[in-house]
Ligand binder design. Structure first.
Ligand SMILES: [Zn+2]
Length: 219
């Protein structure tokens, strides 16, 4: 049935990165089977049966977090450094500018390459934004408020349902983890995702703000 996910709108075989049509019920249970949605191919070669990034909703995320309880104990927070509307299969949860969620996995316990040397037992969550951002200028696609609120909600849901403490030891921005591992803003600045959330805010404030917002949603 993978063919359904490699056929373009015109019935041609899709190339890497092209949008295609598929029937959500085939791969993506829980969505109205009569509805035809857009699906976006992986940026790499699709794997059989998991060839698309699909839209998910909070109840499905809740269920996935419950199922992964005991197998995951860390959450890493990213921005994609790509465009709005451009999800990546490297993250368990992708959050678009309008708060829409995408995933390419069936389980949050699946091993994905999101955070250098920190991928075992961890969940990668990314907001889709910050193409061409620099530490001086977040650019033309900065995080939106809806995106940041959705990120806090996703953190809250994952931590609550999977039983992960919502604190610095368990939930970190990529900027914070990169600083711990010697490639963050304090050293090489190779990765500095969410070091701050809005232009002009204090460097280093992003993680605390997101954890506080997520904790407030757990109350
Ligand atoms: Zn990152």
């Amino acid at each position: 049935m993978v063919g359904d996910c490699t056929t373009t709108l015109n019935g041609q075989v899709a190339e890497k990165g092209q949008s295609v049509l598929y029937t959500p019920a085939v791969f993506c249970g829980g969505v109205d089977s009569h509805q035809i949605s857009e699906c976006i191919l992986w940026n790499e070669k699709p794997r059989k049966g998991e060839s698309c990034v699909r839209t998910i909703y909070l109840p499905e995320l809740q269920a996935m977090a419950q199922e992964a309880a005991g197998q995951i104990d860390k959450v890493y927070l990213h921005w994609s450094a790509g465009h709005y509307g451009q999800p990546f299969a490297d993250y368990h949860v992708n959050i678009d500018r309008d708060g829409k969620l995408y995933t390419a996995v069936e389980s949050l316990a699946e091993l994905l390459p999101h955070t250098w040397r920190r991928n075992t037992g961890s969940v990668g969550v990314a907001i889709l934004c910050c193409a061409k951002a620099t530490t001086e200028d977040l650019g033309k696609e900065p995080p939106t408020e809806v995106q940041l609120t959705a990120l806090a909600k996703v953190i809250a849901v994952i931590c609550q349902e999977a039983g992960i403490p919502l604190d610095y030891d368990h939930v970190r921005t990529h900027a914070e983890q990169a600083d711990e591992d010697g490639y963050g803003p304090q050293t090489t600045c190779e990765r500095w995702d969410l070091w701050f959330l809005r232009q002009g805010e204090d460097p280093g404030s992003g993680g605390e703000e997101l954890r506080a917002a997520a904790n407030a949603m757990c109350a």
